[in-house]
Design a protein around this ligand. Structure first.
Ligand SMILES: NC(=O)c1ccc[n+]([C@@H]2O[C@H](COP(=O)([O-])OP(=O)(O)OC[C@H]3O[C@@H](n4cnc5c(N)ncnc54)[C@H](OP(=O)(O)O)[C@@H]3O)[C@@H](O)[C@H]2O)c1
Length: 222
């Protein structure tokens, strides 16, 4: 398939790129610093998604069967890039007539309020006692701006008419790909505390043309 991968220099992005090339896909990458890309046979387009113009991204997505994004703020200074960048990506997709997009969010986002979802459930049905009452409150306080950004990114997709899938992993690791992980629609995974970046990428690539995952959030964890 023809794929466009945004943020291909990140942890999940590198995995997406490597696994997509290994599977024989025809890949275009978009990165703010293409020098950070793995040396693989793929077209590279440079764009800072904090300030990119949809018209400039249109050639990078034109003709793609699917767009994958592992975009997220690397530092506090990047906060807001997931929502803003995803808005630009979806506008470029609409202009180019591309419908399929798969992005990475995070496990706590189902319970984070956002302008488009001001009253989310207080707890995710997949989260047990420790996550709900001990881990979540601390992590949500520490990563408030990051999670608000991801919740805004999810709003952008829900407001679009695209065939989106939002993947919500818990804590990411750098372990190798296994292809053995659990998934659940619309909720987190019971006792699923970790998942590797490689397995998140594996899942994203496994649902490229799976209509069952269109317009759904998916919990993925070991
Ligand atoms: N860490 C966790 O345990 C965890 C858990 C659940 C969910 N998540 C979410 O999963 C996402 C992906 O994880 P990861 O480990 O792959 O993250 P990462 O390694 O920090 O990668 C973030 C990617 O976003 C890109 N980016 C940031 N700002 C940009 C901008 N202005 N323009 C263009 N690209 C920009 C980075 O590009 P550069 O290489 O140029 O910086 C990088 O490619 C995270 O961002 C987070 O939201 C993380």
């Amino acid at each position: 398939m023809k794929l466009t991968i945004f943020a291909a220099t990140g942890g999940i992005g590198r995995q997406l790129l490597g696994q997509a090339i290994a599977a024989g896909h025809d890949v275009t990458t978009v990165a703010r610093n293409p020098r950070g890309l793995s040396p693989v046979p793929a077209r590279a387009v440079a764009a800072d998604l904090a300030s990119a113009d949809p018209a400039a991204l249109q050639p990078a997505v034109a003709g793609a069967d699917a767009v994958l994004s592992a975009l997220g703020p690397r530092t506090k200074a990047d906060a807001g890039v997931a929502a803003r960048g995803t808005e630009v990506i979806t506008e470029a997709m609409r202009a180019a007539g591309v419908r399929r997009v798969i992005v990475v969010s995070a496990a706590p986002i189902g319970t984070i309020p956002s302008p488009g979802r001001p009253h989310p459930p207080r707890h995710d049905p997949g989260d047990g006692f420790i996550i709900r009452y001990l881990a979540d409150p601390i992590v949500k306080r520490a990563l408030r701006a990051h999670y608000a950004d991801l919740a805004g990114m999810e709003d952008v997709l829900r407001d679009s008419d695209l065939d989106w899938t939002i993947v919500r992993p818990p804590r990411l690791t750098d372990k190798p790909v296994t292809g053995r992980y659990r998934t659940a629609y619309g909720q987190n995974i019971r006792r699923g505390v970790f998942v590797s970046r490689a397995d998140v990428a594996h899942y994203m690539l496994s649902v490229l043309d799976n209509p069952e995952t269109f317009r759904r959030t998916v919990g993925v964890a070991n």
